[in-house]
Design a protein around this ligand. Sequence first.
Ligand code: UDX
Length: 442
Amino acid sequence: MNVTVIGTGYVGLVTGTCLAEVGNHVTCIDIDAEKVSRLNKGSSPIYEPGIEGLIQKNLKEKRLNFSISYEEACSDADVIIMAVGTPSRVDGSANLSYIQAAAESIGQNLEKSGTIIVTKSTVPVGTNRKVKAWVHSKLKGTYEFHIASVPEFLREGSAIHDTFNSDRIIIGSESEYARDRLGQLFDSFKAPIVHTSIESAEMIKYASNAFLATKISFINEIANLCEKLEANVEEVAYGMGLDKRIGSQFLGAGIGYGGSCFPKDTNALVQIAGDIDHHFELLESVIRVNAMQQKRLVEMARTHFSALTGKKATILGLAFKPNTDDIREAAAIEIIKELLVEGVSITVYDPVAIDHVRELFGNQIEYCTDRIQAVKDADMMFLVTEWDDIKSIPLQTYRSAMKQPIIFDGRNCYNLEEAEQSQVIYYSIGRPVVQPKTEIHQ
Ligand code: UDX
């Protein structure tokens, strides 16, 4: 099929490239000419394992190209997929101005009937109806078109793998034609396809993300109890997860969820509920618990040291999770802000996300490109992102590298036996604190 994808962010770029990989002719449009030119040379604007190789392969095989022209890309398309951003407004609601602009541009450039217009961006329930009106308002002829909602469930850092190994594909449509054609298009990804109404498809995306965020906040609350009751949250999560009704995934206690989706979508769902006079009590608590959890390591440090002022801290890992350079809503940002207020001098390390953090904090903190050098002479280390190159550092390394080997591990990267043998002071989430057998001078 001829497919046009609007927006070359994570979702658009991955969807377009993977649809080309399974044999479709795909044009991805973006308004950023520089980005488009870079993509046409096979260079990815995002850090995502595997994406660049797939872009280059499909450019070469002439199934994929990038353009700034709606005219060229929309006139001949069988399916147009909108994957533009829906950033949060100040009140938490989704800003739909990019969706509206894309829908209106599609309307202006349709030149035949039968095109299917798919929304992949996460949009509030009811938005696809608006998309229909926005497209319609700009049509130059009496063309018929179909709308559909096909929400995206990929994770950053494993986006290609997730696209080809999806648990399900949701297709929300209102015509048999759209249902059948989209069924054919997405069948190549070999995942179970579920057909729903447009509104249900829109809600499935929000409900899924809100539920996963709820699991994380729930286990983090259990972790906070475990710390006080001398239980170990990892044993608890394992025991819980074996119950198939609960499931073992997303029970990893840590320093809360970040990224571009969970924080944005949970806030948006609270807002969507508020708009119809429904107070989403549970989700509001999930959001509050997460905000507290992101500061949990600093709270531990405050309790450990009588005063933090003048101390030297190292933060290992800045991205909101490994295998991405994305720092949106990352716990590291909150930790840096809290420590700066306390008058702590901070050195940070991340294998790929340092430049983004530099844009936020400039010369208020120090940046180090060597993970061991970064902890030199530090009074405390915060392990914030579980990158392989960070969690592979043996704990005992910190004993000689740091001024005091005091570690606050927000991702439970080490087992407690290793911590005990390493003669460090080791705090983690929801597990007992490990103290060295011989005293460390503080
Ligand atoms: C998420 C959803 O998983 C995906 O389906 C949706 O399309 C977009 O949002 P993503 O934000 O890329 O994907 O990352 P994910 O791997 O889900 O992690 C989100 C956050 O939750 C991260 O900060 C991660 O550290 C945290 N997390 C995840 C936990 O704290 N504990 C867990 O057990 C799992």
